[in-house]
Write a protein that binds this ligand. Structure first.
Ligand code: SIN
Length: 285
């Protein structure tokens, strides 16, 4: 099978044809890893894998981790189902605001993988932002305000724009466990980090889990984060992926943010996801 790589934008997102996730060999894996390094998120189409196949494919990229606060699938502790059903309308969706996965953990995942089983006829796309490019184009005064500072993260929003009631435990399609001490506590990471593989510097803050920048008063920190998000959440730094059943997205969780677009009320969307264990982020500069 010939392999073809088609960038979605010059630096972020590439679709790769001609790879079968179920039988992927060393050459294909080399290509996928290179593409991931260069484009930060890569997409495969028309894949046919079951849950064991998703685990086997995911393990090629590192050790799998169990995700906090979301109940995994029975018999598959390392897989969660990202499901919104047709009757779940006028409510938030998991991942429905800009975030990097579980940035509030001391060691957030280095990569994430999503496999689409069923997607809306229209809508339900996912967007990513390139945090290397966002930092490269950061105005000097904003950069100076962040240099050497930590950002504080907490998992308390539980990955949804409208979190379920605080007493909710394992209810609704995504089965979120509230009152989870691992999510509720605060963690600090450098606001500007260095990518451990490429050496590139990148911003490491996100509107879902970052609560403040250390060393500033509450109002000042809020203003700084608002200015930062105005800068980085721009189409120039983004790519958008239209899912089809059988699509796979594999992304670097350290140098990207992503956003699940919740515009498909009345339609069912069901994906399965894994996460690859990472290390504590390292300061840039
Ligand atoms: C997520 O944030 O992991 C979910 C992304 C999606 O459903 O598109």
């Amino acid at each position: 099978m010939t392999t073809r790589l088609r960038p979605l934008t010059p630096r972020l997102g590439a679709e790769i044809d001609g790879i079968d996730a179920a039988t992927v060999g060393e050459d294909d894996l080399g290509l996928l890893r290179d593409a991931l390094r260069e484009y930060k998120v890569v997409f495969l189409r028309e894949q046919r894998i079951d849950l064991d196949g998703l685990l086997a494919f995911s393990r090629h990229f590192g050790e799998l981790m169990r995700l906090p606060y979301i109940r995994p699938l029975d018999g598959y502790p390392e897989i969660i189902r990202v499901l919104k059903q047709a009757h779940e309308i006028d409510m938030g969706t998991f991942g429905g605001d800009w975030h990097s996965d579980f940035s509030f953990l001391a060691a957030p995942p280095k990569a994430s993988i999503l496999y689409a089983e069923e997607v809306p006829r229209v809508g339900g796309d996912t967007l990513w932002i390139d945090m290397v490019e966002a930092l490269r184009r950061l105005p000097a005064d904003l950069r100076a305000a962040l240099d050497g500072r930590d950002a504080i993260h907490t998992g308390a929003p539980y990955g949804v724009a409208h979190a379920p009631a605080a007493d909710t435990r394992f209810r609704g399609s995504i089965e979120i466990e509230r009152d989870n001490p691992e999510a509720d506590r605060e963690t600090r990471h450098p606001a500007i980090c260095r990518h451990p593989d490429s050496g590139a510097e990148m911003l490491f803050v996100n509107p879902t889990y970052t609560t403040r920048i250390d060393g500033y008063g509450e109002a000042e920190s809020k203003g700084l984060l608002a200015e930062l998000y105005r800068h980085l959440l721009r189409p120039e730094f983004a790519c958008r992926f239209r899912w089809r059943p059988g699509s796979i997205a594999l992304w670097d969780n350290r140098n990207t943010l992503h956003y699940a677009v919740n515009d498909y009320d009345g339609q069912r969307r069901c994906l399965y996801r894994t996460a690859i264990a990472g290390h504590p982020p390292v300061a840039g500069g």
